[in-house]
Design a binder for this molecule. Structure first.
Ligand SMILES: NC(=O)C1=CN([C@@H]2O[C@H](COP(=O)(O)OP(=O)(O)OC[C@H]3O[C@@H](n4cnc5c(N)ncnc54)[C@H](OP(=O)(O)O)[C@@H]3O)[C@@H](O)[C@H]2O)C=CC1
Ligand SMILES: [Cu+2]
Length: 394
């Protein structure tokens, strides 16, 4: 089949992009660019002895490679940027994409991209792509990692980079000028700190309740009655700790919302900043909730396991057999039935509050309410949810 004149005309010379650095990120990025129809030239310290690069890419010295393209991706660690100073002439007027990340926050006085701009004052530095991983690039980004942040002083340069990103199937979020580079560089580092407080709290609670129950149930029984029930440590004891910790975490997850809503109503405005401690607490609600859910799941799992334990089967069999031997029947205990049924009722009620909370948080519902009404409803419902959690606990 011959090409129609139209499609021949629509396939112009593919754009050539330059990548400095033939490491993990440079290679993955090059591969994706080639797949997206770009031509790629690498700039390397050792053009003839560097590692494997994707098929179809060229490898040259930094200076030669830079001259061929108008857009250069710098896939080199910041510590090694000093070689760029010598290339200031070749790189002037070019769009320079800084993809670098640091291992920690605030180890350098200025953001990596700002440092790059200082080294090459006449280059158009754009910060971006740093929230992707080499792995995600190679395997095609999933939905969660499809977003890339970008910032830079030159609008044209940002447009050029955004075009490339769009062709790679990424969606770009513009964060403004290069002063935002620091914030963009901190994004990949921010995954963990939010988990630190909730995880620490969970570990602390679990450990202290476990030790308390161990002392009260196992050690005390052993010392006072001389009975060894240490085999209970694995399942029964753990299963007492899970719901306690889960409910405390759940209460802690909703409580800041109550305080915040109350504070807003009390102050009469929602445009005032919360105190720092509340802010921080509010930020880890999601994590507290997830951990609470995790512990609740463990509790369910363990509860399902309990009836198949040797000890429980032994007790039921022993009880039944001794009843038969003595020709007795036991009375149905209404008090126990009441107790367990009210426990169930509280559970269903509590679940209902959580569902209601979910419903009022839907945009279609929350938009229909004034903020005051919304705050009030949230405050009441969350307070109820906290109360139910605490009720369950006691
Ligand atoms: N790997 C990842 O998943 C991600 C990486 N990044 C960023 O991408 C950049 C590169 O990371 P990555 O590819 O993993 O690192 P690598 O260590 O795999 O590669 C770095 C490359 O830099 C070049 N290089 C090393 N030392 C020097 C030097 N002294 N002077 C000049 N060039 C040098 C080398 O290429 P050559 O031998 O060809 O010169 C080397 O292959 C980093 O800034 C990183 O923060 C960002 C997001 C994710
Ligand atoms: Cu339970």
């Amino acid at each position: 089949m011959s090409l129609s004149p139209l499609s021949a005309a629509a396939a112009p010379q593919q754009e050539l992009l330059c990548i400095f650095g033939t490491g993990d990120f440079g290679r993955s990025l090059g591969l994706r660019l080639l797949q997206a129809g770009y031509r790629v030239v690498y700039g390397s310290r050792r053009p003839h002895s560097c590692g494997p690069v994707p098929q179809g890419a060229q490898v040259l010295s930094h200076a030669e490679a830079a001259q061929l393209a108008s857009l250069v991706f710098l896939c080199v660690h910041r510590e090694n940027y000093d070689f760029l100073e010598a290339l200031a002439h070749q790189l002037s007027g070019k769009v320079l994409v800084d993809v670098s990340n640091n291992l920690k926050k605030n180890i350098y006085p200025e953001a990596n991209a700002e440092y790059l701009q200082k080294l090459i004052p006449r280059g158009h530095v754009v910060k971006g792509f740093n929230t992707l991983s080499a792995w995600a690039l190679q395997n095609g980004p999933s939905d969660a990692s499809r977003q890339v942040y970008m910032c830079g002083n030159s609008v044209e340069a940002k447009q050029a980079v955004a075009e490339v990103a769009t062709k790679l199937g990424l969606s770009v979020l513009d964060r403004g000028s290069l002063t935002a580079a620091r914030e963009v560089e901190d994004f990949p580092l921010e995954l963990f700190p939010e988990w630190r407080l909730p995880l620490g709290l969970t570990l602390g609670l679990t450990a202290s309740f476990y030790i308390y129950l161990l002392l009260r149930d196992v050690v005390y029984t052993y010392v006072v009655e001389g009975k060894d029930i240490s085999f209970r440590m694995m399942v029964s004891l753990a299963n007492k700790v899970f719901p306690i910790v889960s409910l405390i975490l759940l209460a802690l997850c909703y409580l800041p919302g109550v305080i915040a809503a109350f504070l807003q109503l009390y102050r009469g405005t929602k445009y005032k900043r919360f105190p720092d401690w509340l802010d921080r607490w509010m930020l880890c609600r999601k994590h507290l909730g997830l951990l609470a859910l995790g512990f609740a799941c463990l509790h369910v799992l363990y509860t399902l396991i309990i009836p198949i334990r040797y000890y429980v089967r032994f007790r039921i069999a022993e009880n039944t057999i001794s009843k038969i031997k003595e020709n007795q029947t036991s009375v149905f205990n209404t008090a126990v039935a009441w107790h367990s049924d009210s426990y169930l009722a509280v559970g269903i009620l509590g679940f209902g509050f959580y569902v209601l909370l979910g419903i009022t948080s839907l945009p279609s519902v929350s938009n229909a309410l004034s903020w005051r009404e919304f705050s009030f409803v949230q405050c009441v419902l969350k307070w109820k949810a906290v109360k139910v959690s605490v009720h369950f606990l006691l």
